[in-house]
Design a protein around this ligand. Structure first.
Ligand code: SIN
Length: 486
């Protein structure tokens, strides 16, 4: 596939450090591979601790003046960056599909989603308010101000190479912080293209720094360097736990957006068509590779057979292929290892008695394509109940009562997103309040947007991204006690 970009400057093969494009000190590189074809798109520098440390120092220096900039100025700078991203949206979406695999329409939707965070936080920059607290004695006044936390390390995943980065960088810059970012090695190009547009938009040097390369060495520097005051991570729960532990040494603030095991509950009284549509949207988005994808479909007995029939027919109509082809609705998984992992979860279920209604394994296409799959006869003893599948596989469990389904839904260490479909208003409140999750979709399968707080409970993480709450994670509260007032 020829690389056709209108704005050729967006394909970067160097790291972005203190406003300059650089190679790694060793000149070593790593390949960026198109998961649909296994072709190498380009290479990026294979950096380690030294390059990362330099970036952290540059970010710390830049942060001192950025913290002094007015909220209005920060807002305008973010808006300029947003405008350039919107202008270059088609190229950015194309690049995203090439490195990540998702269909072009989904890549384009991610671009809009990601840019919206920048627009949102360019507005929120002007709404960071303090407080005046009633004083305990006549000679004192108590005031609270909010200040940027400092240099922020952002570690982001391959499933949303654009939006997961913008929803960290935008609130950080809006608050007066600067960032050092480590995108996933599988998908660094979207991050570097965002940096190029930040450069073209005139963002001051040192505000945004992007390093690529040795994940362990870079991660060790980001978590141990005392100049970094906060780490924000989106990725798996096991990696998140390691990062939290590594940050303990310098007591950094952490925000963690980790794994999920979302239940998708359909009650007998649901609007069935809308439930199936929601299930398809939530399950097969990004080939099932999102933390909020429905993982366990749990359907009430009265409509179980009909739901399975409709879901299987919709899943069977999805078109698996290279995301660049306009007819494709399900792209490849990120690599063959990921595809094999998903197939091993299917095989585990089949070996324990599950029935495959559609799909069932690798697609006949070469590479890491997995067929959209629907499984029935599934039980809690199977991996599909307890593990995050991260692939286009929908196991459909059965339930009879409201109490039973709440117990099943909450029977997991995860607590990111949950969904349920019902027409009963009393049940809407009862079930929403009893689900142990940070996000609940009710009669809706697509829940993510920049205006709402995204984040989980239990082992799905801490902190919230987006919304009016999202900037708080980048701010310190300072209390001023003013005495001697007569
Ligand atoms: C994720 O998978 O981590 C993010 C999904 C989303 O923002 O909708």
């Amino acid at each position: 596939m020829a690389l056709v970009l209108n704005n050729k400057s967006l394909l970067r093969s160097q790291i972005y450090s203190a406003g300059r494009w650089l190679d790694s000190d060793s000149l070593e590189t790593l390949d960026v591979v198109n998961p649909a074809t296994n072709d190498v798109i380009t290479t990026v520098p294979y950096c380690g601790a030294i390059e990362t440390r330099r970036m952290i120092e540059a970010a710390a220096q830049a942060q001192r003046s950025w913290a002094l900039a007015t909220a209005k100025h920060r807002s305008v700078v973010l808006r300029d960056w947003f405008n350039l991203i919107v202008q270059n949206k088609d190229d950015l979406a194309f690049l995203l599909t090439l490195e990540q695999g998702k269909p072009l329409t989904e890549a384009s939707a991610e671009l809009t989603y990601g840019a919206n965070y920048i627009e949102w936080f360019s507005e929120e920059a002007k709404r960071v308010y303090g407080d005046v607290i009633p004083q305990p004695s006549e000679d004192k006044r108590l005031v609270v101000i909010k200040q940027p936390i400092g240099v922020v390390a952002c570690i982001t995943p391959w499933n949303f190479p654009n939006a997961m980065l913008t929803r960290k960088i935008a609130p950080a810059l809006a608050a007066g912080c600067t960032v050092v970012c480590k995108p996933a090695n599988a998908t660094p190009l979207s991050a570097l293209a965002l940096a190029e547009l930040a450069h073209q938009a005139g963002l001051p040097a040192g505000l945004i720094n992007i390093v690529t390369g040795n994940t362990e060495a870079i991660g060790a520097e980001l978590t141990s360097n005392p100049l970094v005051r906060k780490l924000t991570f989106t990725g798996s729960t096991p990696v998140g736990k390691k990062l939290i532990a590594a940050c303990a040494g310098t007591v950094k603030r952490t925000s963690m957006e980790l794994g999920g095991n979302a239940p998708f509950i359909v009650f007998d009284d649901a609007d069935l068509e809308s439930a199936v549509q929601g299930a398809v949207a939530s399950k097969y988005r990004n080939a099932g590779q999102t933390c909020v994808c429905s993982n366990r479909l749990i359907v009430q007995s009265g409509i179980y057979e009909r739901f399975v029939e409709m879901l299987a027919s919709a899943a069977g109509n999805l078109v698996v292929g290279n995301g660049i082809d306009i007819s494709t609705t399900v792209g490849p998984l990120i690599n063959t290892r990921a595809a094999k992992d998903v197939c091993s979860i299917i095989d585990d279920a089949l070996s324990k008695g599950a029935q495959c209604i559609t799909g069932g394994g690798m697609s006949s296409l070469k590479g890491s394509f997995v067929e959209p799959t629907v499984l029935t006869n599934v039980t809690r003893e199977m991996r599909v109940f307890s593990e995050e599948i991260f692939g286009p596989v929908a196991p459909v469990f059965r339930f009879d009562t409201e109490d039973q389904v709440i117990e099943m839904a909450n029977d997991t260490e995860f607590g990111l997103a949950a969904y349920f479909y019902t027409q009963d208003h009393g049940r809407i409140w009862r079930v929403a309040e009893r689900l142990d999750y940070g996000i609940v979709g009710i009669n809706e399968g697509i829940i993510s947007n920049e205006m709402a707080p995204f984040g989980g409970v239990k082992e799905s993480g801490n902190g919230r991204e987006g919304s009016k709450y999202g900037i708080d994670d980048y701010l310190e509260i300072k209390y001023l006690c003013i005495g001697g007032i007569n």
